[in-house]
Design a protein around this ligand. Structure first.
Ligand SMILES: *[C@@H]1O[C@H](CO)[C@@H](O)[C@H](O)[C@H]1NC(C)=O
Ligand SMILES: *[C@@H]1O[C@H](CO)[C@@H](O)[C@H](O)[C@H]1NC(C)=O
Length: 373
């Protein structure tokens, strides 16, 4: 039987200090909400619509096995959660209005130029200074248990927020279903102007367990025959090229670390994947994107399905001693991210699938994680 219950932990936060314009309409609470189904559970906070925990057994059926998921050590109540989490890793967050990079923090739409906040050199990254991952969302529905526990969060983004055109209504629903499936549904409706939209969930996975070494021994399979090469500032050149014969060929299950030293990560001496792959098949339909198997003894596996044109495969190249849950410290390659998405900088590349949503139009993004152990 479905039941609702109060958030695990609630903190009253003064909105004026916290969120500036976007949430100034009223006082909002930041809480952590648990969804559980037997020995499978997640936690979500309405701070950035962020997934903060995934608990899953391992092959020994050990339900207290280390979580397959990295999270910052955000403890509520906190007067300044964005500082505690530093905001640069985006652990588990819902990133928008436009995730990934926009070249020169600028684009032209319908003849008008728009300027974004440049927070990655001269480029804009992950929605700007205070994107969707750093605002308070409203909990619309919450069912913590039963057959199909879920939570729906809502955010109203105003016209001009972080430089983007037009008001946008955004929803995200996290849902557990059997056996060991987590789905994430995101949608966004443009209310008055055309705008680019590209939402991602930025979960960091280490299936062997957070804090248990790196993911270089995990095997990854990507259902992607092409990828989008980037320039030295990680902006796509505009080409979409075959993975065949490159270190980007993951069409067969391959160890993450097998060729990682051949992949320049955007800074001298730093190697690793931070790459958008073009997922095979028709975007708009749910299709298999990736299969991951833990390298250690946990026996855990994860299959990801989604309806997006691309997937960003990121190997935590820039994690550098970030403090995580339970005293863990996350270093380089501590986790991998599989962010299904529109192609990075699509708004500046007419040959990429369009991410523009017109007034009254709806953007829809579905992800489905199937875990095994
Ligand atoms: C967006 O998602 C919410 C929550 O799942 C749902 O209630 C709403 O109908 C969706 N909107 C559209 C336009 O599909
Ligand atoms: C955030 O950055 C500060 C200053 O660099 C550092 O002291 C702190 O440990 C960082 N927090 C996390 C969660 O990494």
């Amino acid at each position: 039987m479905a039941m609702t219950r109060a958030p695990l932990l609630l903190a009253l936060l003064g909105v004026a200090a916290l969120a500036g314009g976007a949430n100034a309409a009223g006082r909002k609470m930041v809480g952590v909400y648990e969804l559980s189904k037997g020995d499978f559970s997640i936690k979500v906070t309405n701070w950035g619509a962020t997934l903060t925990s995934v608990v899953l057994p391992d092959s020994k059926g050990e339900s207290r096995a280390p979580a397959p998921f990295l999270s910052c050590s955000l403890l509520l109540p906190s007067k300044d959660p964005w500082r505690a989490c530093n905001g640069t890793a985006y652990f588990g967050a819902l990133v928008g209005r436009v995730a990934n990079r926009v070249a020169n923090a600028r684009f032209v739409l319908d003849g008008k130029a728009y300027h974004l906040y440049a927070n990655d050199g001269k480029n804009a990254l992950h929605g700007g200074k205070r994107g969707f991952s750093k605002v308070i969302w409203t909990v619309k529905e919450y069912v913590s248990g039963g057959d199909c526990p879920y939570i729906t969060l809502y955010y109203h983004s105003f016209d001009g927020e972080e430089g983007f055109p037009g008001a946008l209504d955004v929803y995200v629903t996290y849902r557990l279903s059997s056996p060991y499936e987590l789905s994430i549904h995101m949608n966004a409706t443009a209310l008055d102007k055309a705008t680019p939209v590209n939402l991602v969930n930025h979960a960091y996975w280490n299936l062997a367990g957070q804090g248990r070494g790196d993911i270089l021994g995990d095997t990854v399979q990507l259902f992607a025959s092409r990828y989008t090469p980037v320039d030295a500032t990680l902006i796509p050149t505009g080409a979409v090229v075959p993975v065949a014969g490159t270190p980007y060929d993951f069409r067969r299950p391959t160890a993450v670390g097998a060729r990682i030293r051949d992949v320049y990560a955007g800074k001298p001496g730093v190697y690793g994947y931070d790459t958008n792959f073009a997922v095979d098949g028709d975007a708009g339909a749910m299709r298999r994107v990736a299969v991951v198997r833990a390298g250690g003894g946990s026996g855990r596996g994860m299959e990801l399905w989604a309806n997006q044109p691309g997937v960003q495969f990121y190997t935590s190249n820039f994690l550098d001693g970030v403090k995580g849950k339970g005293g863990s410290v996350y270093g380089q390659y501590a986790a991998l991210c599989l962010e299904t998405q529109g192609f990075p900088d699509a708004v500046n590349h007419p040959n990429f699938p369009s991410q523009i949503v017109r007034p009254g139009g709806v953007y829809r993004h579905d992800m489905l994680f199937k875990f095994s152990f």
